[in-house]
Ligand binder design. Structure first.
Ligand SMILES: N[C@@H](CCC(=O)N[C@@H](CS)C(=O)NCC(=O)O)C(=O)O
Length: 217
């Protein structure tokens, strides 16, 4: 399958890096992880050569550069179809793409009010109304999918959608968002994935985090 490198940034804060990394791990494609510091100008210049969007994650594989999480997921699904990042069944696959798209392009208020911070713990966090509306929509998506497909993952079997929503799970835990039993059980399923455990352990090893990064990231 050739050489693959996934460029990401810090593990504690970078929710898109987590999504891209989970997708690559789920696909089974062997890869080297390259961590860039968002503050390092040399690294940023190098990133610009890979990802014209200037953003991570970015996957380099056999001379092909893929940036943007949705494109990375679609690419991995093409080269590793047996990993079933997208379900085989068309109806499920369509649902998967729809909820991936909704996560990718939406929920701005929730993302900026509750930034991913794996080492954070905010028990008395006050969720403002617009962020709560996003939370309500996300939990509705989860309940619908878990009811339709029987869990434990959103489309039944683990898929791209679980990578897309994994950083939301961590946010709900970090900010002590109140959840019903169904959504609580889904959060436990995601947090128990060996890939999540590995990523969170690595986030704990990162040097002290920079305060200015505690914004939407
Ligand atoms: N739509 C992009 C979003 C990627 C994104 O926003 N990445 C952030 C990190 S989580 C980034 O690269 N920030 C770099 C910077 O701000 O310098 C995707 O799906 O990959």
């Amino acid at each position: 399958m050739g050489d693959a490198t996934l460029t990401i940034s810090c593990k504690n804060y970078s929710s898109w890096s987590l999504r891209g990394w989970l997708l690559t791990r789920f696909s089974g494609l062997p890869f080297t992880e390259k961590i860039i510091s968002p503050d390092d100008p040399v690294m940023r210049a190098e990133l610009l050569l890979l990802s014209s969007s200037f953003l991570v994650p970015c996957l380099s594989h056999n001379g092909i550069e893929v940036w943007d999480t949705l494109a990375i997921g679609e690419y991995l699904n093409e080269i590793k179809p047996a990993a079933l990042l997208l379900p085989e069944d068309r109806v499920k696959r369509t649902r998967c793409r729809s909820i991936n798209g909704e996560m990718h392009s939406g929920f701005g208020p929730m993302r900026s009010a509750l930034p991913m911070n794996l080492n954070g713990d905010f028990p008395d966090f006050k969720v403002w109304t617009r962020a709560q509306a996003d939370i309500d929509r996300i939990t509705e998506i989860w309940r619908d999918c878990l009811d339709l497909y029987g869990g434990p993952f959103l489309l039944g079997e683990r898929s791209m959608a679980d990578a897309m929503y994994a950083p939301v799970v961590t946010r709900f835990l970090t900010y002590h968002v109140k959840l019903d039993d169904i959504c609580g059980a889904y959060c436990r399923t995601i947090m128990a994935m060996p890939e999540m455990i590995e990523w969170i352990d690595a986030a704990k090893q990162e040097p002290e985090n920079v305060e200015e990064l505690e914004v939407e990231f």
